[in-house]
Design a protein around this ligand. Structure first.
Ligand code: 5AD
Length: 349
Protein backbone atom coordinates (compact mmCIF):
# COMPACT_ATOMS: atom_id res chain seq x y z
CA UNK A 1 0.00 0.00 0.00
CA UNK A 2 1.13 3.53 -0.70
CA UNK A 3 2.76 4.99 2.41
CA UNK A 4 1.01 8.34 1.92
CA UNK A 5 -2.41 6.68 2.18
CA UNK A 6 -1.83 5.64 5.76
CA UNK A 7 -0.52 9.11 6.51
CA UNK A 8 -3.45 11.03 5.07
CA UNK A 9 -5.83 8.75 6.98
CA UNK A 10 -4.00 9.35 10.27
CA UNK A 11 -3.28 13.06 9.92
CA UNK A 12 -5.85 14.48 7.45
CA UNK A 13 -2.98 16.44 5.97
CA UNK A 14 -0.67 16.27 2.96
CA UNK A 15 1.26 18.90 1.01
CA UNK A 16 0.39 19.72 -2.58
CA UNK A 17 3.43 17.76 -3.78
CA UNK A 18 2.47 14.73 -1.70
CA UNK A 19 -1.13 14.79 -2.98
CA UNK A 20 0.09 15.04 -6.58
CA UNK A 21 2.51 12.16 -6.04
CA UNK A 22 -0.19 10.03 -4.42
CA UNK A 23 -2.73 10.72 -7.20
CA UNK A 24 -0.14 9.80 -9.82
CA UNK A 25 0.74 6.52 -8.18
CA UNK A 26 -2.46 5.00 -6.80
CA UNK A 27 -2.98 1.38 -7.82
CA UNK A 28 -6.43 -0.18 -8.04
CA UNK A 29 -5.85 -1.82 -4.66
CA UNK A 30 -4.78 1.52 -3.18
CA UNK A 31 -7.99 3.07 -4.46
CA UNK A 32 -10.10 0.51 -2.62
CA UNK A 33 -8.12 1.23 0.57
CA UNK A 34 -8.59 4.97 0.00
CA UNK A 35 -12.40 4.63 -0.38
CA UNK A 36 -12.50 2.57 2.77
CA UNK A 37 -10.47 5.09 4.77
CA UNK A 38 -12.76 7.84 3.52
CA UNK A 39 -15.84 5.82 4.54
CA UNK A 40 -14.40 5.28 8.03
CA UNK A 41 -13.61 8.98 8.35
CA UNK A 42 -17.15 9.92 7.26
CA UNK A 43 -18.53 7.47 9.86
CA UNK A 44 -16.35 8.96 12.57
CA UNK A 45 -17.77 12.45 11.96
CA UNK A 46 -21.30 11.74 10.74
CA UNK A 47 -22.06 8.10 11.52
CA UNK A 48 -24.06 6.18 8.92
CA UNK A 49 -26.37 9.07 8.16
CA UNK A 50 -26.98 10.54 4.74
CA UNK A 51 -28.68 13.93 4.53
CA UNK A 52 -31.25 14.79 1.86
CA UNK A 53 -31.70 18.20 0.23
CA UNK A 54 -34.51 19.03 -2.19
CA UNK A 55 -33.06 20.71 -5.29
CA UNK A 56 -35.19 23.27 -7.17
CA UNK A 57 -33.62 24.35 -10.46
CA UNK A 58 -35.69 27.49 -10.86
CA UNK A 59 -34.22 29.15 -13.97
CA UNK A 60 -31.91 28.01 -16.77
CA UNK A 61 -31.32 31.53 -18.03
CA UNK A 62 -27.67 32.52 -17.62
CA UNK A 63 -25.60 35.55 -18.51
CA UNK A 64 -22.31 33.65 -18.20
CA UNK A 65 -20.73 31.64 -20.98
CA UNK A 66 -18.76 28.83 -19.32
CA UNK A 67 -17.28 26.63 -22.02
CA UNK A 68 -18.43 23.35 -20.43
CA UNK A 69 -21.98 24.24 -19.51
CA UNK A 70 -25.12 23.35 -21.45
CA UNK A 71 -27.03 26.44 -20.28
CA UNK A 72 -24.26 28.90 -21.26
CA UNK A 73 -25.58 32.13 -22.78
CA UNK A 74 -24.31 31.22 -26.27
CA UNK A 75 -26.32 27.99 -26.46
CA UNK A 76 -29.33 29.09 -28.50
CA UNK A 77 -30.67 25.54 -28.76
CA UNK A 78 -31.74 25.24 -25.14
CA UNK A 79 -35.32 26.18 -24.40
CA UNK A 80 -35.18 28.69 -21.56
CA UNK A 81 -37.52 28.82 -18.56
CA UNK A 82 -37.91 30.85 -15.43
CA UNK A 83 -40.16 29.82 -12.53
CA UNK A 84 -42.14 32.59 -10.85
CA UNK A 85 -41.77 33.09 -7.09
CA UNK A 86 -45.24 31.53 -6.71
CA UNK A 87 -44.12 28.45 -8.65
CA UNK A 88 -40.97 28.21 -6.53
CA UNK A 89 -43.08 28.44 -3.38
CA UNK A 90 -45.29 25.64 -4.68
CA UNK A 91 -42.14 23.50 -5.15
CA UNK A 92 -41.17 24.27 -1.54
CA UNK A 93 -44.62 23.14 -0.35
CA UNK A 94 -44.18 19.89 -2.19
CA UNK A 95 -40.63 19.50 -0.85
CA UNK A 96 -41.87 20.03 2.69
CA UNK A 97 -44.60 17.43 2.19
CA UNK A 98 -41.92 14.98 1.06
CA UNK A 99 -40.01 15.61 4.29
CA UNK A 100 -37.14 17.80 3.09
CA UNK A 101 -35.69 20.19 5.66
CA UNK A 102 -33.31 21.87 3.24
CA UNK A 103 -34.44 23.54 0.04
CA UNK A 104 -31.68 24.27 -2.45
CA UNK A 105 -32.62 27.05 -4.86
CA UNK A 106 -30.34 26.82 -7.88
CA UNK A 107 -30.34 28.72 -11.19
CA UNK A 108 -28.21 30.15 -13.95
CA UNK A 109 -26.97 33.68 -13.33
CA UNK A 110 -30.33 35.28 -14.06
CA UNK A 111 -30.67 38.91 -12.98
CA UNK A 112 -34.45 38.86 -13.54
CA UNK A 113 -34.40 37.70 -9.90
CA UNK A 114 -33.55 41.02 -8.33
CA UNK A 115 -32.57 41.47 -4.68
CA UNK A 116 -36.15 42.50 -4.00
CA UNK A 117 -37.69 39.42 -5.64
CA UNK A 118 -35.25 37.08 -3.88
CA UNK A 119 -35.65 38.76 -0.48
CA UNK A 120 -39.42 38.51 -0.78
CA UNK A 121 -39.26 34.87 -1.76
CA UNK A 122 -36.85 33.90 1.03
CA UNK A 123 -38.97 35.74 3.61
CA UNK A 124 -42.08 33.91 2.45
CA UNK A 125 -40.40 30.51 2.58
CA UNK A 126 -38.98 31.22 6.05
CA UNK A 127 -42.32 32.45 7.33
CA UNK A 128 -44.05 29.31 6.13
CA UNK A 129 -41.27 26.91 7.18
CA UNK A 130 -39.14 28.54 9.90
CA UNK A 131 -37.25 25.35 10.72
CA UNK A 132 -36.12 24.68 7.18
CA UNK A 133 -32.65 25.63 5.87
CA UNK A 134 -32.49 27.61 2.62
CA UNK A 135 -29.49 27.04 0.38
CA UNK A 136 -28.86 29.39 -2.53
CA UNK A 137 -26.88 28.47 -5.64
CA UNK A 138 -27.29 31.45 -7.94
CA UNK A 139 -23.71 32.36 -8.80
CA UNK A 140 -21.87 35.63 -8.53
CA UNK A 141 -23.65 38.70 -7.16
CA UNK A 142 -22.63 41.85 -5.32
CA UNK A 143 -21.54 41.42 -1.68
CA UNK A 144 -24.43 43.66 -0.68
CA UNK A 145 -26.86 41.22 -2.30
CA UNK A 146 -25.28 38.28 -0.49
CA UNK A 147 -25.64 40.24 2.75
CA UNK A 148 -29.31 41.12 2.10
CA UNK A 149 -30.22 37.55 1.27
CA UNK A 150 -28.48 36.29 4.41
CA UNK A 151 -30.13 38.91 6.60
CA UNK A 152 -33.59 37.92 5.36
CA UNK A 153 -33.04 34.23 6.09
CA UNK A 154 -30.87 32.36 3.57
CA UNK A 155 -28.64 29.93 5.49
CA UNK A 156 -26.24 28.39 3.01
CA UNK A 157 -24.67 29.13 -0.36
CA UNK A 158 -23.22 26.75 -2.93
CA UNK A 159 -20.72 28.05 -5.42
CA UNK A 160 -18.10 25.70 -6.74
CA UNK A 161 -14.70 27.21 -7.34
CA UNK A 162 -14.75 24.90 -10.45
CA UNK A 163 -10.95 24.64 -10.67
CA UNK A 164 -8.15 26.07 -8.54
CA UNK A 165 -5.92 26.55 -11.59
CA UNK A 166 -6.11 30.21 -12.57
CA UNK A 167 -5.06 29.45 -16.12
CA UNK A 168 -7.64 26.70 -16.62
CA UNK A 169 -10.30 28.77 -14.87
CA UNK A 170 -9.81 31.71 -17.19
CA UNK A 171 -9.81 29.53 -20.31
CA UNK A 172 -13.08 27.87 -19.29
CA UNK A 173 -14.80 31.06 -18.09
CA UNK A 174 -14.34 33.78 -20.73
CA UNK A 175 -16.89 36.03 -18.98
CA UNK A 176 -15.53 35.59 -15.45
CA UNK A 177 -12.47 36.25 -13.34
CA UNK A 178 -10.60 33.80 -11.10
CA UNK A 179 -10.00 36.36 -8.34
CA UNK A 180 -13.64 37.42 -8.35
CA UNK A 181 -14.79 33.85 -7.71
CA UNK A 182 -12.52 33.59 -4.69
CA UNK A 183 -13.59 37.03 -3.47
CA UNK A 184 -17.23 35.89 -3.64
CA UNK A 185 -16.50 32.71 -1.67
CA UNK A 186 -14.60 34.68 0.97
CA UNK A 187 -17.39 37.25 1.21
CA UNK A 188 -20.03 34.53 1.65
CA UNK A 189 -17.99 32.99 4.45
CA UNK A 190 -17.42 36.33 6.11
CA UNK A 191 -21.15 37.09 6.07
CA UNK A 192 -21.86 33.87 7.93
CA UNK A 193 -23.29 31.52 5.31
CA UNK A 194 -22.48 27.84 5.45
CA UNK A 195 -20.53 27.77 2.22
CA UNK A 196 -20.11 25.06 -0.39
CA UNK A 197 -17.21 25.08 -2.85
CA UNK A 198 -16.00 22.32 -5.14
CA UNK A 199 -14.76 21.41 -8.58
CA UNK A 200 -15.11 19.25 -11.67
CA UNK A 201 -12.87 16.30 -12.44
CA UNK A 202 -11.63 15.54 -15.97
CA UNK A 203 -11.70 19.05 -17.39
CA UNK A 204 -9.70 19.40 -20.63
CA UNK A 205 -6.05 19.96 -19.79
CA UNK A 206 -6.54 19.36 -16.04
CA UNK A 207 -3.52 17.66 -14.43
CA UNK A 208 -3.05 15.77 -11.15
CA UNK A 209 -1.19 18.84 -9.89
CA UNK A 210 -4.29 20.94 -10.67
CA UNK A 211 -6.48 18.48 -8.74
CA UNK A 212 -4.00 18.57 -5.84
CA UNK A 213 -4.34 22.35 -5.89
CA UNK A 214 -8.15 21.98 -5.74
CA UNK A 215 -7.77 19.94 -2.55
CA UNK A 216 -5.24 22.34 -1.04
CA UNK A 217 -7.58 25.24 -1.79
CA UNK A 218 -10.41 23.43 0.01
CA UNK A 219 -8.13 22.74 2.99
CA UNK A 220 -7.46 26.45 3.19
CA UNK A 221 -11.04 27.69 2.61
CA UNK A 222 -12.54 25.04 4.95
CA UNK A 223 -15.99 25.14 3.34
CA UNK A 224 -18.95 23.46 5.03
CA UNK A 225 -19.88 21.64 1.84
CA UNK A 226 -17.78 20.26 -1.02
CA UNK A 227 -19.36 19.37 -4.38
CA UNK A 228 -17.25 17.24 -6.70
CA UNK A 229 -18.47 15.84 -10.00
CA UNK A 230 -17.11 14.53 -13.27
CA UNK A 231 -17.06 16.96 -16.20
CA UNK A 232 -19.52 15.57 -18.78
CA UNK A 233 -19.21 17.07 -22.28
CA UNK A 234 -22.34 18.68 -23.72
CA UNK A 235 -22.81 18.55 -27.51
CA UNK A 236 -23.92 22.17 -27.83
CA UNK A 237 -20.77 23.60 -26.25
CA UNK A 238 -17.21 24.24 -27.45
CA UNK A 239 -16.08 21.24 -25.36
CA UNK A 240 -18.42 18.78 -27.13
CA UNK A 241 -15.56 16.63 -28.42
CA UNK A 242 -13.61 16.44 -25.14
CA UNK A 243 -13.31 13.28 -23.08
CA UNK A 244 -14.82 14.16 -19.74
CA UNK A 245 -14.13 12.83 -16.24
CA UNK A 246 -14.23 9.18 -15.20
CA UNK A 247 -16.13 7.64 -12.34
CA UNK A 248 -12.91 6.35 -10.76
CA UNK A 249 -11.04 9.64 -10.84
CA UNK A 250 -14.08 11.39 -9.37
CA UNK A 251 -14.45 8.83 -6.56
CA UNK A 252 -10.76 9.24 -5.73
CA UNK A 253 -11.27 12.99 -5.41
CA UNK A 254 -14.39 12.56 -3.25
CA UNK A 255 -12.44 10.25 -0.94
CA UNK A 256 -9.45 12.61 -0.80
CA UNK A 257 -11.74 15.54 0.02
CA UNK A 258 -13.25 13.52 2.88
CA UNK A 259 -9.78 12.74 4.28
CA UNK A 260 -8.39 16.27 3.89
CA UNK A 261 -11.51 18.21 5.01
CA UNK A 262 -13.03 15.50 7.22
CA UNK A 263 -15.81 17.54 8.83
CA UNK A 264 -17.34 18.68 5.52
CA UNK A 265 -20.65 17.67 3.96
CA UNK A 266 -20.01 16.03 0.61
CA UNK A 267 -22.83 15.26 -1.84
CA UNK A 268 -22.94 12.17 -4.02
CA UNK A 269 -23.59 14.27 -7.12
CA UNK A 270 -26.19 13.81 -9.86
CA UNK A 271 -23.36 13.94 -12.41
CA UNK A 272 -21.84 10.82 -10.80
CA UNK A 273 -25.24 9.14 -10.98
CA UNK A 274 -25.39 10.07 -14.67
CA UNK A 275 -22.00 8.54 -15.45
CA UNK A 276 -22.70 5.21 -13.73
CA UNK A 277 -25.98 3.60 -12.59
CA UNK A 278 -24.52 3.13 -9.10
CA UNK A 279 -22.39 6.28 -9.14
CA UNK A 280 -24.04 7.94 -6.17
CA UNK A 281 -23.98 4.77 -4.06
CA UNK A 282 -20.28 4.35 -4.85
CA UNK A 283 -19.68 7.95 -3.76
CA UNK A 284 -21.48 7.28 -0.45
CA UNK A 285 -19.12 4.35 0.05
CA UNK A 286 -16.15 6.63 -0.72
CA UNK A 287 -16.92 9.32 1.86
CA UNK A 288 -19.92 11.29 0.55
CA UNK A 289 -22.81 11.89 2.99
CA UNK A 290 -25.41 14.04 1.22
CA UNK A 291 -27.77 13.44 -1.69
CA UNK A 292 -29.70 16.18 -3.46
CA UNK A 293 -32.76 14.69 -5.16
CA UNK A 294 -34.28 16.93 -7.84
CA UNK A 295 -37.66 18.47 -7.06
CA UNK A 296 -37.82 20.75 -10.11
CA UNK A 297 -41.22 20.43 -11.84
CA UNK A 298 -41.16 17.59 -14.38
CA UNK A 299 -42.42 20.00 -17.07
CA UNK A 300 -39.08 21.89 -17.15
CA UNK A 301 -36.46 19.63 -15.60
CA UNK A 302 -35.02 18.36 -18.88
CA UNK A 303 -34.30 21.96 -19.85
CA UNK A 304 -31.89 22.32 -16.91
CA UNK A 305 -29.28 20.39 -18.85
CA UNK A 306 -25.85 21.53 -17.67
CA UNK A 307 -24.75 18.26 -19.29
CA UNK A 308 -26.65 15.69 -21.34
CA UNK A 309 -28.45 12.49 -20.33
CA UNK A 310 -28.89 13.80 -16.81
CA UNK A 311 -30.78 11.21 -14.77
CA UNK A 312 -34.37 11.60 -13.50
CA UNK A 313 -35.51 13.82 -16.43
CA UNK A 314 -38.97 12.23 -16.60
CA UNK A 315 -39.38 11.65 -12.87
CA UNK A 316 -41.60 13.48 -10.43
CA UNK A 317 -40.34 14.85 -7.11
CA UNK A 318 -41.89 11.97 -5.17
CA UNK A 319 -40.22 9.40 -7.48
CA UNK A 320 -36.80 10.90 -6.75
CA UNK A 321 -37.48 11.13 -3.05
CA UNK A 322 -38.26 7.43 -2.64
CA UNK A 323 -35.82 6.15 -5.26
CA UNK A 324 -33.02 7.87 -3.37
CA UNK A 325 -34.19 6.52 -0.04
CA UNK A 326 -34.11 2.96 -1.40
CA UNK A 327 -30.68 3.50 -2.91
CA UNK A 328 -29.25 4.91 0.32
CA UNK A 329 -30.64 2.04 2.35
CA UNK A 330 -29.50 -0.62 -0.06
CA UNK A 331 -25.99 0.85 0.05
CA UNK A 332 -26.10 0.30 3.83
CA UNK A 333 -26.77 3.84 5.07
CA UNK A 334 -29.60 5.64 6.86
CA UNK A 335 -31.58 8.60 5.58
CA UNK A 336 -31.55 11.58 7.93
CA UNK A 337 -34.26 14.12 7.13
CA UNK A 338 -32.96 16.74 9.57
CA UNK A 339 -31.41 20.03 8.47
CA UNK A 340 -28.01 18.41 8.46
CA UNK A 341 -25.84 21.39 9.34
CA UNK A 342 -22.10 20.85 8.98
CA UNK A 343 -20.12 19.84 12.06
CA UNK A 344 -17.95 22.91 11.65
CA UNK A 345 -21.03 25.16 11.63
CA UNK A 346 -22.66 23.49 14.65
CA UNK A 347 -19.42 23.79 16.62
CA UNK A 348 -19.20 27.55 16.01
CA UNK A 349 -22.83 28.47 16.67
N1 5AD B 1 -20.51 18.55 -16.64
C1 5AD B 1 -20.46 18.39 -15.32
N2 5AD B 1 -20.76 19.35 -14.44
C2 5AD B 1 -21.12 20.55 -14.92
N3 5AD B 1 -21.45 21.70 -14.30
C3 5AD B 1 -21.75 22.61 -15.25
N4 5AD B 1 -21.62 22.09 -16.47
C4 5AD B 1 -21.22 20.80 -16.30
C5 5AD B 1 -20.88 19.74 -17.19
N5 5AD B 1 -20.93 19.88 -18.51
C6 5AD B 1 -21.36 21.86 -12.85
C7 5AD B 1 -20.50 23.07 -12.44
C8 5AD B 1 -21.49 23.94 -11.67
C9 5AD B 1 -22.53 22.95 -11.21
C10 5AD B 1 -23.85 23.53 -10.86
O1 5AD B 1 -22.64 22.06 -12.31
O2 5AD B 1 -19.46 22.63 -11.59
O3 5AD B 1 -20.92 24.63 -10.58
Amino acid sequence: MHYLLERVYQTNDLSKEEITYLLENLTQVDKEVLYNYALKTKQKYYGNKVYLRGLIEFSNICKQDCLYCGIRASNVKVKRYRLTPEEILACCDQAYELGYQTFVLQSGEDLWYTDEILVNLIQKIKKRYPEVAITLSIGERRVETYQNLFTCGADRFLMRHETASKELYETLHPTMRFEERRACLNALKGIGYQVGAGFMVGLPGQTFADLAEDLRYLMELRPDMIGIGPFIPHSETPLAKEKGGTIKDTLVMVAMARLLVPESLIPATTALGTLHPQGRELALKAGANVVMPIITPTSVRKQYALYENKICGDDHPEDCRYCIERRIQSAGFEVDLGRGDSRQFVACN
